[in-house]
Design a protein around this ligand. Structure first.
Ligand SMILES: [Zn+2]
Length: 344
C-alpha cells in the first residue's frame, strides 16, 4: 500500500536519500575511471618538482643537459600512461553507471509519486534508451586535446624556455583531460536521471515538473529550487541568487545545470497538494532560501558570491524563521557567515 508523505518527508526523500543514492553510483563510476590516473599525474608532478630541484638547484633554475632530457621523458611517459585507454574506460564506467542510475531513478520516481499521492505509481515508465553519443565524442575530444596539449609543452625547446613550469604545465594538460572525463561521466549520469524523471511525470500524468536542488547547491541552482514548469518545458535560463551571475539573455535550461550538478526535476501535479499544507514546491524553495540565508555552500563558491546572494535574499521577503533571519542580517552586516559555510 502506498502511503502519502507530508511535504517535509517527501522533500527529505527526494532531496537527500534519492540524490545521495545516485551520487554514490556517480562516485563509483568516476573513481573506477579516473582515480588511478589522477594519482599518477599528481605523483609525476611532485617528483618532477623534487627532481628538478635536485638536478638544477631550485624550482626557478634553468634546466640543461641530459638530466633535462630525462625529466621531460618521464613527464611524457606519465602523461601518456595517464591518458592511455581513458576514453574506453570512462565510456564503459559511464555506460554501466547510466544503466544502474536509470534502474535506480525509475524506482525512485515511483517511490516519489507514491509518497506524493498516497496511491500506486504507474507500473510502466517509458524511459528513452540512453543515447551516449555526445558523451563518447566529449571523451574522445578530451583525450585528443590533452595529448595535443602535453605534447606541445613537453618539448626540449619549450622546457628550456619555461623551465619547471613547462613540465608542470604539460602534466596539467593531461590532468585537465582526466577532469573533463570525470565531468562527462557525472553529467551523463545526471542527464539520464533527469530523463527518467521526465518519463515518470509522463507515465503518472503529472502535468508539471518541479526543480529539486541539493542543500549545498550553488546560488544558481538554489534559485531554481521549487520552481515549476509545464512538463518537458525548459526553466528560464540565467537565474541566480547572486545578481552578478544573472544573465537575462541566457537560453532555457533543465538540470543538470553544470558539471557536478545533482539537481533533478520531479513530477508535479497541483492536485497533489493538500489544502492548508505547505506544498512540496513551497517546501523546496523555503529550504533553498534557508540554504542561502545560512550560506551553505561548497568550497568552490566564493564568500563574496554567497554574501551577494544573501543580500538579494534579504532584500525580498523570505519566508524564514525569525532566528534564521536575525542571524542572516548579522552575517550580512559582517560580510561573512559566522558559522562557516559548510552544510551541517
Ligand atoms: Zn544543480
Amino acid at each position: 500500500m502506498a502511503e502519502r508523505l507530508d511535504p517535509q518527508a517527501l522533500l527529505e526523500l527526494v532531496q537527500q536519500r534519492q540524490i545521495d543514492e545516485i551520487a554514490s553510483i556517480e562516485d563509483k563510476a568516476v573513481k573506477a575511471a579516473t582515480e588511478k590516473r589522477f594519482a599518477l599525474i599528481d605523483d609525476a608532478s611532485r617528483s618532477a618538482t623534487v627532481n628538478w630541484v635536485k638536478a638544477f638547484g631550485s624550482m626557478s633554475a634553468e634546466g640543461t643537459g641530459s638530466l633535462l632530457g630525462d625529466l621531460i621523458a618521464s613527464a611524457l611517459k606519465a602523461s601518456n600512461t595517464s591518458l592511455k585507454g581513458l576514453e574506453t574506460s570512462a565510456f564503459s564506467a559511464l555506460t554501466e553507471a547510466v544503466g544502474g542510475s536509470v534502474t535506480t531513478a525509475t524506482a525512485q520516481g515511483a517511490a516519489f509519486v507514491e509518497g506524493a499521492t498516497g496511491k500506486a505509481a504507474a507500473a510502466r515508465v517509458a524511459v528513452p534508451a540512453p543515447d551516449l553519443a555526445e558523451e563518447r565524442a566529449a571523451l574522445k575530444a578530451a583525450v585528443a586535446d590533452g595529448e595535443k596539449g602535453f605534447k606541445a609543452l613537453l618539448k626540449r625547446t619549450v622546457v628550456e624556455r619555461l623551465g619547471l613550469r613547462g613540465i608542470l604545465g604539460g602534466l596539467s594538460q593531461a590532468r585537465q583531460a582526466i577532469t573533463r572525463a570525470k565531468s562527462t561521466i557525472s553529467t551523463g549520469i545526471n542527464k539520464s536521471v533527469q530523463k527518467t524523471m521526465q518519463a515518470t511525470a509522463t507515465a503518472n500524468k503529472a502535468p508539471q515538473e518541479v526543480w529539486v536542488a541539493e542543500r549545498d547547491a550553488c546560488t544558481r541552482c538554489l534559485k531554481y529550487a521549487g520552481q515549476i514548469v509545464d512538463k518537458g518545458k525548459d526553466w528560464t535560463g540565467g537565474q541566480s541568487w547572486d545578481p552578478n551571475q544573472v544573465d537575462k539573455n541566457a537560453p532555457g535550461v533543465r538540470p543538470p545545470l553544470h558539471p557536478n550538478c545533482r539537481c533533478r526535476p520531479v513530477p508535479w501535479n497541483p492536485a497533489w497538494a493538500k489544502p492548508g499544507e505547505v506544498s512540496l514546491p513551497e517546501a523546496i524553495s523555503r529550504e533553498a532560501e534557508r540554504s542561502v540565508a545560512r550560506g551553505f555552500s561548497l568550497a568552490s563558491e566564493s564568500n563574496a558570491s554567497r554574501v551577494r546572494a544573501l543580500k538579494e535574499l534579504l532584500s525580498g521577503s523570505p519566508n524564514l524563521p525569525k532566528t534564521v533571519l536575525e542571524r542572516a542580517r548579522r552575517d550580512l552586516r559582517n560580510g561573512e557567515f559566522a558559522r562557516g559555510r559548510a552544510v551541517p
